[in-house]
Structure formats: structure tokens, C-alpha cells
Design a protein around this ligand. Structure first.
Ligand code: ATP
Length: 276
């Protein structure tokens, strides 16, 4: 049974909406007049050229940065005018898993997952124990509770970080490059786990990833960010069938296209002193 928050007006209303958003750092605009929608319960993959602004979109959602123009809506609510207390309440409904998971190295696996519960709730110890073990069980690591981060593999560490990201039963989970540095088997396991947890716990997930094969395999929606815009949003199949040259180059992994392989340079003949 999906865990739908009481404030949700309608199951059909999008959980996330970027409306006509322009955002940048200092004077530099990164994304201009971007629109993006994500329905509750779905998994969205954010793909696109390096430096295109994918992580910036995650930062907008957590209001680590604010748009220059436009609105960022979470569960129908514009997050820009929220005061700090309201913002923290919204952030509590978002789980975050950054690159490599970043576990606390001096805390056990158990304590890593317990950390957000201890920080943000006043639950009794017995309940914290049950919740932590439930989350660890969901990622297959209940038996690893007493290990230290240095004693677990990279793939396991990522799963512990995932258990920690969902410790507070968020509505939305943001994953920034969750597969970076994983071997193909661990990567497949992590991707399946993200999808299964999304469905079993009634989450909504956004994954920033360069791994198109795995993300296309688990995403409901894919949005491609490039040249300061969301150049495409649709199902994985719709993106595979897209005729947009930029999408085709990226999804087909073609070295040349709208994104040029060669930096602008003098003609070859001129550089090598030969006739063209
Ligand atoms: N704090 C910051 N201050 C100034 N510029 C920044 C800051 N963070 C990111 N940028 C710039 O904004 C642009 C978008 O960065 P962002 O991290 O959102 O891209 P990305 O699509 O996630 O890239 P990648 O796939 O390489 O991780 C980049 O050109 C980056 O250099």
C-alpha cells in the first residue's frame, strides 16, 4: 500500500513540478525556462551531458539553491517562500543518496541507518532498532548490522546508504550518480533495489545517472538535460525512438552530433603544414 502523505490533494497530482524555472550560479544561467513534471510513484532518470545541470535540479528540489525565475513545487506547494522550519519539514520528506553514499566511517552499519532517526525523531530505542532492522532487511543487509563501513564492499556500502536514505520513510528519494564506481553485478543489484523499494514503499524517485542501460531499465520517465534546457521527457522507449538529433546522439552514444567531438580548431591542413 503506497505511503501517501496526508497533505496530498490527489494521487494524480504530480509530486514534483518545475514550472518555467531559470536557475544559475552568480551571473551564469545554467537552466533556462525549464519545465519538468513527475507523478507520484514514478522513477525519473535525469540524463544529459556533463555539466548540463542535472545535479542543479536536485539542489533546486532541496532548495539548496533558488530559481531566478519560475516555481519549484513539491506536493503542490511552492517551496520558495517556506520559512526554515517549513523547509526542514519538506526536506524530511526527501531522502538523498549522493555519489558513493558517504557513510560515517566511525559508525557501524546499524548506527549509520539509525542516524537520521536519532537526529530527526524522539522515537524510543526499541522502535529505532526495529525501524533500522526493517530498512536493513529491505536492502538485504540485516545480517551486516554490526559491521563497520571499512568492512563492507562498495556495493554493500551503497545499499547501507540507501537504507539510510529511506530511514525516515520519505516521499521522494534523490539519487545522484548512485551507480558510480560499481561493478556490473552490484550495479544491476542496486538498480533493481531502487526500483523495488520505490514500488514496495510507495516512493517517488529521481536518479541522476550516466548509466543509460541500467536507468532505462528501471525508469518510468527519462528527462534529458542539455544546452540549458530539458530537451526531452518521456518513457525510455519514447526517448529511444526520438528523432531529436541531440537525444539520438546521447542515447545512441554517437561520438559526433549536435555535441561536437572536436573543439573548434584551425583547419587540419594549416596545423600540419599540408595542403587541405
Ligand atoms: N556551486 C556552484 N557554483 C558555480 N557553478 C556551479 C556550482 N555548481 C555547479 N556549477 C556549474 O553549473 C553547471 C551545472 O552543474 P551540475 O553539477 O548541475 O551538472 P551535471 O549535469 O550534474 O553534471 P555532471 O553530469 O558532470 O555531474 C556546471 O557547469 C558547473 O560547473
Amino acid at each position: 500500500m503506497p505511503a501517501i502523505s496526508p497533505s496530498s490533494a490527489s494521487v494524480e497530482a504530480p509530486l514534483i513540478e518545475l514550472r518555467d524555472v531559470t536557475v544559475g550560479y552568480g551571473d551564469r544561467v545554467i537552466l533556462e525556462r525549464v519545465n519538468l513534471t513527475l507523478k507520484r510513484g514514478q522513477v525519473l532518470a535525469l540524463i544529459g551531458t556533463s555539466g548540463g545541470g542535472k545535479t542543479t535540479i536536485l539542489r533546486l528540489l532541496g532548495r539548496q539553491i533558488r530559481p531566478i525565475q519560475g516555481q519549484v513545487l513539491f506536493d503542490g506547494q511552492d517551496i520558495a517562500p517556506l520559512n526554515l522550519q517549513q523547509l526542514y519539514a519538506v526536506r524530511r520528506r526527501m531522502g538523498v543518496l549522493f555519489q558513493f553514499g558517504a557513510l560515517f566511517t566511525d559508525l557501524s552499519v546499524f548506527e549509520n541507518v539509525a542516524f537520521p532517526l536519532r537526529e530527526h525523531t524522539k522515537l524510543p530505542e526499541a522502535m529505532i532498532r526495529d525501524l533500522v532492522l526493517m530498512k536493513l532487511n529491505a536492502v538485504g543487509l540485516r545480517g551486516a548490522r554490526d559491521l563497520m563501513p571499512s568492512e563492507v564492499s562498495g556495493g554493500m556500502a551503497r545499499r547501507v546508504a540507501l537504507a539510510r536514505a529511506i530511514a525516515l520513510d520519505p516521499d521522494l528519494v534523490l539519487y545522484d550518480e548512485p551507480f558510480a564506481g560499481l561493478d556490473p553485478i552490484s550495479l544491476g543489484v542496486a538498480a533493481r533495489l531502487i526500483r523495488n523499494l520505490n514500488d514496495a514503499l510507495g516512493l517517488t524517485s529521481i536518479i541522476v545517472s550516466h548509466d543509460l542501460h541500467e536507468t532505462f531499465g528501471i525508469a518510468d520517465q527519462v528527462a534529458m538535460v542539455a544546452n540549458g534546457r530539458v530537451v526531452a521527457q518521456g518513457t525510455p522507449d519514447e526517448l529511444r525512438r526520438s528523432t531529436d538529433p541531440l537525444v539520438r546522439q546521447f542515447v545512441g552514444a554517437e561520438p559526433d552530433g549536435p555535441v561536437r567531438f572536436h573543439q573548434p580548431a584551425l583547419p587540419v591542413g594549416e596545423d600540419f603544414g599540408v595542403a587541405a
